[in-house]
Design a protein around this ligand. Structure first.
Ligand code: NAD
Length: 264
């Protein structure tokens, strides 16, 4: 069988960990030259080394426009043009609205929404017909969660941004899509998966009855990035074991219950 993204160059932002790393591994296995771009330059370098071959690494901070611009311009100068962009950078600084400081709200919006805008902007400038941009949104783009105001608002905004970008870039043959994962076992959500009551509620609210693995999302990234999806744009793909059919766990209640327990 032929490699599904042979001869393509893929920039994976947030590629040093979790969903980004699993996607980078799969894209490389399927023939792409992968640039691991991450704010953690050392880890990105280690990951590129692990991939071997033509893989390379680069430090980028999606909250800094100059850094994003330079990533895409330099990569395009080195390799011709960027065919695949995957944006996995994100953060969730939680807190109830009445308690949440504006700085935490802003940081979440900066990384999850404005960062995605900057990535689309500078990525698309370097792309040619046949290219694909994919962002990682979230189940929280459609399911509200108390305590996640900034994250829910940013991810919902990202899904609309994705659709606007698909409209604007369609005429140039550039496809723009997003994936909305449910709970996926990565360092980002260790605080949730290690909390037994929270984990149980996530499982109970997932028809397929398990957490996602980074590889579950990587398969969708590969599809959307490849020519198999050449007529797919403006799509928000829910990959969550069916969790969008039920309700989001009441995380704040569990955390309040935990803090009410007497300490020993
Ligand atoms: P992760 O923490 O394992 O990986 C995130 C990567 O992004 C890290 O390597 C980190 O260094 C990098 N990063 C952070 N800030 C950055 C910045 N300013 N610029 C560039 N890189 C930066 O997390 P993950 O779980 O793989 O999450 C990836 C994406 O998936 C995020 O957007 C997250 O919101 C989204 N998501 C995750 C889950 C989940 O359950 N894990 C669910 C839904 C959505």
């Amino acid at each position: 069988m032929t490699a599904r993204v042979a001869d393509k160059t893929a920039v994976v932002i947030g590629g040093a960990s979790g969903i980004g790393w699993a996607s980078a591994e799969l894209l490389a296995k399927e023939g792409a030259t992968v640039v691991i771009a991450d704010i953690d330059a050392d880890k990105a370098g280690d990951r590129a080394h692990e991939l071997g071959g033509r893989a390379r690494s680069r430090r980028v901070d999606v909250s800094d426009e100059e850094s994003v611009r330079a990533l895409f311009e330099d990569t395009a100068n080195e390799v011709g043009s960027v065919d695949i962009t995957l944006n996995c950078a994100g953060v969730n600084l939680p807190g109830l609205i009445t308690e949440l400081d504006a700085g935490s709200w802003q940081r979440t919006i900066d990384l999850c929404l404005t960062g995605a805008f900057l990535v689309m902007k500078h990525s698309a400038r370097t792309m040619a017909t046949g290219a694909a941009i994919t962002s990682i949104a979230s189940l929280n783009a459609r399911q509200p969660a108390a305590g996640f105001a900034g994250y829910c608002a940013a991810k919902a905004g990202l899904t609309m941004l994705t659709q606007v970008a698909a409209l604007e870039l369609g005429a140039r043959g550039i496809r723009v899509n997003a994936i909305s994962p449910g709970l996926v076992e990565t360092p980002l959500v260790q605080g949730l998966t290690s909390h037994p009551a929270i984990q149980t509620e996530f499982t109970d609210n997932t028809p397929l009855g398990r957490n996602g693995l980074p590889a579950d999302i990587a398969e969708a990234v590969l599809y959307l990035s490849s020519d198999s999806a050449s007529w797919v744009t403006g799509e928000i793909l829910d990959i969550n074991g069916g969790a969008h059919l039920r309700r989001y766990p009441d995380l704040m209640r569990h955390l309040a219950d935990a803090s009410d327990q007497p300490s020993h």
